[in-house]
Design a protein around this ligand. Structure first.
Ligand code: AMP
Length: 407
């Protein structure tokens, strides 16, 4: 395996969901993205591949993809196409990095996929029934089609495995933890890791010397506290439902809300979990107006009350977590905003930071006007450096993958 890994190798990064497959090809040496794409509606009528070779126009192709193996075949076809392709033969792919959602307590870093690793990922499916089985389907389809190429698993939960027990335990009988490993795990770990590392790098500091709070604010959203290079707390829990108010997820609620809705509306637990995952968050708060922050922001500026309450509730929850994590770390040096909303919404960054003057968070509102680029947005001499750091989970996965196969 070692001798086929050459400098300049291309890494294929895959994020396989139940009916979709996102992929990118990244050059491990230059770290440039060569191509990206999405196979969607796998196993459903109307499936298609959307593909962009870097520097060229996006292409959309209707193709039948009855299963994931077929989707991966289509992906390999487009990647090797004479005109649009970025590889001429499969052996140019040095390794495949798979995004795996749940690594339980077994994986605290990326790992080469063996049959034992697959079995452990399968065991973790109880903790992520919607994600891990789909991730594994992607791994197995790739292994069938590219048997000689090393596969690496990069876990969403791994970065948070350094959390101390007092951060990851729930205040419920300890026996549930002992029996089922029922605890907080956290997600978006690859993003929190990448952004905190990049922030320190931009500031010319070592991450090991900093107290950093990362706000990953996208459709799914989470905050993490990174002290001396290690995650010490994060807002998502056993599942990605805990923590912030999100696009469609409720985030933290009193558990008694479930019993209340069950009795009042005659709903089952499964139905209520569906409401909390898919009909809540800013979508629910805006009375069904939209889960999308672009829509909500427009309506906010028009003064529409449903958007105002959704955005204010969202911002306040983020601010509460930042305050809590400053307490957990006994201070904060750097506050980072990332993902769709964090990178692109000056108004939401501003509404969050309004709560945090007491901590030494002061924005420079001119600098805060930026979208989607690396920038320090705090006022000069403010005690806390506030930054926008666009996340790049695919690059982080490609780096980990290359690091492992280069040994
Ligand atoms: P992500 O999950 O990181 O892709 O983020 C998706 C969320 O980011 C969606 O709610 C988008 O509406 C939001 N978003 C993207 N661009 C903007 C923007 N310019 N202003 C406000 N929200 C945005």
């Amino acid at each position: 395996m070692q001798e086929r890994v050459v400098l300049g190798m291309k890494i294929l990064v895959l994020n396989c969901g139940s009916s979709s497959l996102k992929f990118q090809v990244i050059d491990a040496e230059t770290e440039k993205r060569l191509a990206k794409g999405l196979c969607e509606r796998i196993g459903i009528a109307g499936s298609r591949v959307i593909y962009t070779k870097t520097g060229e126009d996006k292409k959309k192709m209707e193709v039948s993809m009855p299963n994931h193996k077929e989707a991966i075949l289509q992906m390999l076809k487009v990647l090797q196409d004479e005109k649009t392709g970025v590889i001429s033969e499969l052996s140019e792919i040095g390794a495949v990095g798979h995004r795996i959602v749940h690594g339980g307590e077994k994986f605290s870093k990326a790992t080469l996929i063996t049959s034992e690793v697959k079995a452990t990922i399968r065991e973790c499916s109880a903790l992520a029934p919607l994600h891990n089985p789909a991730n594994l389907i992607g791994v197995e389809a790739c292994q069938a089609l590219m048997p000689d190429i090393p596969m690496v698993a990069v876990f969403d939960t791994a970065f948070h495995q350094t959390m101390p027990e007092e951060a990851y335990l729930y205040g419920i009988p300890y026996s549930y933890y002992e029996k089922y490993r029922l605890r907080r795990y956290g997600f978006h770990g690859t993003s929190h890791d990448y952004v905190s590392e990049r922030a320190a790098e931009i500031l010319g500091k070592k991450r090991e010397d900093c107290k950093i709070i990362v706000c990953h604010l996208g459709n799914g959203a989470s905050v993490s506290a990174v002290k001396n290079g290690q995650c010490v707390d994060t807002s998502m829990g056993l599942t990605p439902l805990e923590g912030l108010v999100m696009g469609t997820r409720s985030g933290d609620i009193d558990p008694a809300v479930i019993e209340f809705i069950a009795h009042k509306e005659g709903r089952t637990i499964d139905e209520i979990m569906n409401i909390l995952n898919k009909e809540s968050g800013v979508l629910g708060l805006s009375d069904g107006f939209s889960p999308d922050f672009r829509d909500l922001e427009r309506a906010y500026f028009e003064g529409r009350p449903e958007a105002v309450r959704a955005i204010r509730t969202f911002a306040r929850r983020v601010a509460k977590y930042i305050g809590a994590y400053a307490a957990v770390m006994n201070g904060v040096d750097v506050l980072c905003f990332t993902a769709g909303v964090g990178e692109n919404s000056p108004i939401i960054r501003s509404l969050i930071c309004e709560y945090l003057g007491f901590l030494g968070v002061h924005l420079d509102e001119d600098k805060n006007g930026i979208y989607g680029q690396e920038e320090i947005i705090s006022a000069e001499n403010a005690p806390v450096t506030v930054m926008v750091v666009p996340t790049n989970e695919e690059l982080a996965i490609a780096r980990e993958t290359a690091r492992l196969v280069k040994g």
